[in-house]
Design a protein around this ligand. Structure first.
Ligand code: NDP
Length: 330
């Protein structure tokens, strides 16, 4: 049983020396617990925050201990009522091959209903993030023009497609390669998309959204946020989901220079955390599940094989190696 430990808190980009893949004993479950053999592990941008000591909405990872993250696995031993050997569960004991934990922390999932990896992505945490952020925080309504950054990623690709399926007048996405841009338009049905590495975001956004944007779903921060404020229509809403452009910065991020535009537009900018919106989970699965099953909503996964590549997969998310949800197959 191998598991990933955080050895030191990264400054700037995480380095391999900050981590170690460690051999650890498999702990048999106590009363009320289960032992799970992990099949799929999630790697997510927010994990970078947990590697720092700074106080945040989740506690930092502890040094010298196994890290945590979303995972799906098969129960191989159970001392808990209601969970049997052979059941599959979604839980939080990622970054390791085997996990032992209280059954109360596990949610049973059905491998027949959907591929197991989708419970970490399109039907899981990142899917709900897209759904809640767009519909609740950004108060999306039919006819809105929507701009989303990180648009070829797990959250972003779903934001754009949900907006489209719910009657957006125009959906614009930005991503970091021409290949991703092509995917957005040709496969996901975005009306326009651009590569943010090919020129200033504000100019590219103005060209892609000549009538402005009513909703901006921010996954990136920085230039993207400033550009969106510059293109915001009257009554526009900005949902701040993430700011991946600054997660490895050692200096505070510069603020947008054009915040005053929020006055004239009566614009609103609001951050949100998916963990505050789990009450939407069943509504989300009811509405989005059939779209996924029918292919009306498309998704990609980038699957990296092997626990030994868990760290590389995580770093890959920060670099943009992934298209859609980044998953580690154990
Ligand atoms: P993604 O699948 O979108 O992967 C991250 C992507 O970010 C990369 O693929 C890369 O794509 C892009 N990226 C990396 N660096 C930059 C940069 N400097 N500028 C622009 N884009 C960059 O991850 P998720 O879908 O899991 O997460 C997307 C965002 O949502 C993150 O900011 C994350 O922190 C946030 N989040 C927030 C939650 C909440 O509760 N508020 C919950 C879940 C996620 P590219 O090739 O296009 O650069």
């Amino acid at each position: 049983n191998r598991e990933w430990h955080l050895l030191s808190r990264p400054v700037g980009w995480p380095k391999p020396e900050d981590f170690a893949l460690v051999e650890a004993e498999v702990r048999q479950p106590a009363e009320g617990q289960v032992l799970v053999r992990n099949k799929y592990l999630s790697v997510d941008p927010y994990m970078r925050g947990r590697m720092s000591a700074a106080k945040s909405y989740v506690a930092p990872f502890e040094l010298g201990k196994v890290m945590q993250g979303g995972a799906v696995g098969e129960v191989v031993a159970s001392e808990a009522k209601g969970i049997a050997v052979g059941d599959h569960v979604l839980h939080f004991g990622g970054w390791r091959e085997y996990a032992t934990f209280d059954a109360a922390q596990a949610v049973k999932v059905d491998p027949e209903a959907a591929p197991l990896s989708t419970y970490l992505g399109v039907l899981g945490m990142t899917g709900l993030t897209a759904y809640a952020g767009l519909l609740r925080t950004a108060v999306f309504k039919e006819g809105d023009s929507v701009f989303v950054s990180g648009a070829a990623g797990a959250v972003g690709s779903q934001v754009g497609q949900i907006a489209k399926l719910k009657g957006a007048s125009r959906v614009i996405g930005s991503a970091g390669s021409d290949e991703k841009v092509k995917l957005l338009v040709e496969e996901y049905g975005f009306d326009a998309a651009f590569n943010y590495k090919s020129g200033p975001v504000s100019e590219q956004l103005r060209a892609a959204a000549p009538d402005g944007v009513d909703v901006y779903f921010d996954n990136v921060g920085g230039d993207h946020l400033e550009a969106a404020i510059g293109s915001l229509n009257e009554g526009g809403r900005i949902a701040v989901c993430g700011m991946i452009s600054v997660y490895n910065s050692t200096e505070p991020a510069p603020g947008p220079k054009n915040l005053a535009r929020l006055i004239a537009t009566r614009g609103r900018i609001e951050g949100f955390l998916v963990s505050d919106h789990y009450d939407l989970q069943s509504q989300f699965v009811q509405e989005v599940g059939p779209w996924v099953a029918s292919g009306a909503l498309k998704y990609r996964e980038t699957v990296v094989e092997g626990i030994e590549n868990n760290l590389e997969a995580f770093l890959g998310v920060l670099r943009g190696d992934n298209t859609g949800k980044m998953i580690v197959k154990v």
